[in-house]
Design a protein around this ligand. Structure first.
Ligand SMILES: CC(C)CC(=O)Nc1cccc(-c2cccc(CN)c2)c1
Length: 232
């Protein structure tokens, strides 16, 4: 997160950190007791290694009573996701057992009505991604408020030039923005998860490349279907 601030401890108890060899790779959000929603691109960094899901964390390094690392029982990428585009950039992770919910670990409701968030709406992104262009990594969860940019505007040059589909949304990226390591985290508008961070143009804080998010409401049937089909 560029240009943001530290979240209050456990102020965002739905936040997940996807980790490989104990290192934060991507964000995620807890959408059911045993399921975390993230971004398909995050799997690219895994290089086939096993990864784990950290819940209940504020600091990545400090011991905290409610922090718990879960193994991943199943990782389901959206069938439309690929390395070339930001399309269908969603990943569902079934953790090894139902998360113990508490004041520090909570499910975040997501938008089920497939209606665009009005341009100008102030939303919040959160994550443990880079806080500077030089790649500084934060220890505690960061957050930033960003206004939604209309798809019409976002699809113009010099912005994203007609690559933003109706299953994506944009936020202004001038100075304050998501960045590497924030992929997979939530965009929250009025207390409801509306988007999942995608890497987009893989640049940060440049007004010419607004932040791109996958619109969760456009994938409700897929999300419900995967969770329903999976066993225990
Ligand atoms: C396999 C992937 C994890 C690699 C990756 O994501 N790289 C990368 C590099 C630079 C910026 C970003 C990035 C992320 C989230 C939001 C944004 C843009 N606001 C950029 C992402």
């Amino acid at each position: 997160i560029l240009g943001g601030s530290s979240a209050g401890p456990h102020q965002r108890p739905y936040m997940a950190s996807l980790q490989v060899d104990g290192q934060h790779v991507c964000g995620g959000l807890l959408i059911a007791e045993q399921w975390v929603l993230s971004a398909a691109h995050c799997m690219e960094d895994m290089k086939g290694k096993a990864f784990q899901v950290l819940l209940g964390a504020h600091s990545l390094s400090q011991p905290e009573p409610h922090k718990r690392l879960y193994a991943v029982r199943a990782a389901v990428r959206h069938p439309g996701s690929n390395t070339e585009t930001n399309d269908d950039d969603l990943l569902l992770l079934q953790v090894s057992e139902k998360a113990t919910l508490s004041e520090h670990v909570k499910i975040l409701p997501f938008q089920r009505q497939d209606v665009d968030v009005p341009p100008g709406t102030l939303c919040e992104a959160a994550g443990w991604g880079f806080t500077s262009h030089s790649g500084r990594k934060p220890d505690v969860l960061q957050q930033v408020e960003r206004p939604v940019k209309s798809r019409e505007e976002c699809n113009k040059r010099p912005y994203h030039d007609n690559t933003i589909t109706d299953k994506m949304l944009c936020t202004d990226s001038r100075k304050k923005d998501t960045c590497k390591g924030d992929s997979g985290g939530p965009l929250i508008c009025n207390g409801v998860a509306e988007g999942v961070v995608t890497a987009g143009a893989r640049v940060c804080g440049n007004f010419k490349k607004p932040g791109i998010y996958t619109r969760i409401a456009a994938y409700v049937d897929w999300i419900d279907g995967v969770m329903a089909a999976a066993g225990e």
